[in-house]
Design a protein around this ligand. Structure first.
Ligand SMILES: Nc1ncnc2c1ncn2[C@@H]1O[C@H](COP(=O)(O)OP(=O)(O)OP(=O)(O)O)[C@@H](O)[C@H]1O
Length: 276
């Protein structure tokens, strides 16, 4: 397997059947993502970012084209690809520990073991769950239910649940979109640290230009829909570890930021006016 082609998206078209007829959300998407790479998907609201992420997650299948992960066709969801949504999909009646444990059990649990092995397996599952909560700084809240913790903490539980499954690919759909600026910045920094430690391949949908430049190795910019496609791909030439305070005056940072803003608000804003 070619590690620079860990995720391959080849000639992908996505059409939806609607009451008004067929709607083409995405056309001719070609993208290759390397193992360990962090890719941000950015574009205006409704252009098709989530549609593309759902295809990589295997939650939907393309109308045309092909998606591969580690050389194998993506034919459905798989444990090697974990998704974190914007609205932390936690079960409200379970504690933080139990919410994370649920995912861990699904991936690593097994019903067909002897009683002795099973109890050891159980302790392993619990250890895995605790480690994930610790990674996102939530050990102290393991016993709390979602209704008893803040929005940022809930989002961290969602990230812990995804990380605990040890996915090769982390798919993030605006995971910090609903958070205040300070919590968002803190979680971005945590995500940078976690990804540096786990070497996960990450695809993250965002609306936020600064977030994309801070976190990503490459920024994939989608044109406006319908029939959205990749308008431009920008490599972010910033060394890691990245620290937001130092970056704010870094000429490469400012240049990347400008390029994305120019794409979104000059070139794509223009297309929007033409289409209207
Ligand atoms: N199941 C579906 N049936 C019909 N149309 C759909 C379906 N899913 C998405 N669409 C349409 O496809 C387009 C892309 O939607 P998508 O949710 O991927 O956009 P997005 O870029 O993620 O938007 P946002 O940034 O607002 O979350 C939109 O016009 C949307 O209405």
């Amino acid at each position: 397997m070619n590690e620079s082609h860990y995720i391959q998206i080849e000639g992908v078209v996505q059409r939806f059947k609607t009451r008004q007829g067929e709607f083409e959300a995405l056309r001719q998407i070609d993208l290759r993502i390397a193992k360990g790479e962090f890719v941000a998907l950015i574009g205006h609201s409704g252009c098709g970012k989530s549609t593309l992420l759902n295809l990589i997650a295997g939650l939907t299948s393309p109308t045309e084209g092909l998606l591969l992960c580690a050389g194998r066709e993506i034919a459905g969801p798989g444990p090697e690809r974990a998704v974190v949504f914007q609205n932390h999909s936690l079960l409200p009646w379970l504690t933080c520990f139990e919410n994370v444990h649920l995912g861990v059990e699904r991936v690593f649990g097994s019903g067909s073991r002897s009683a002795g092995a099973k109890s050891e397996r159980k302790s392993e599952l619990a250890a895995r769950t605790h480690a994930a909560l610790e990674l996102v700084g939530l050990s102290h809240a393991a016993h709390k239910r979602p209704g008893e913790i803040s929005g940022g903490m809930k989002q961290r539980v969602g990230i812990a649940r995804a990380l605990a499954m040890e996915p090769k690919v982390l798919l993030l759909d605006e995971p910090f979109g609903a958070l205040d600026a300070l919590t968002r910045a803190k979680l971005q920094d945590e995500l940078l640290e976690i990804v540096a430690r786990t070497h996960s391949t990450v695809v993250m949908v965002t609306h936020d230009v600064d977030e994309a430049v801070l976190l990503a190795d490459r920024i994939v910019m989608l044109t406006n829909g319908p029939s959205a496609t990749i308008g431009e791909v920008l490599a972010v030439p910033l060394a890691r570890p990245r620290r937001r305070v130092e970056l704010s005056e870094n000429p490469n940072y400012l240049q990347c930021r400008k390029a994305v803003i120019d794409f979104l608000y000059t070139r794509q804003a223009h297309v929007e006016k033409e289409a209207a």
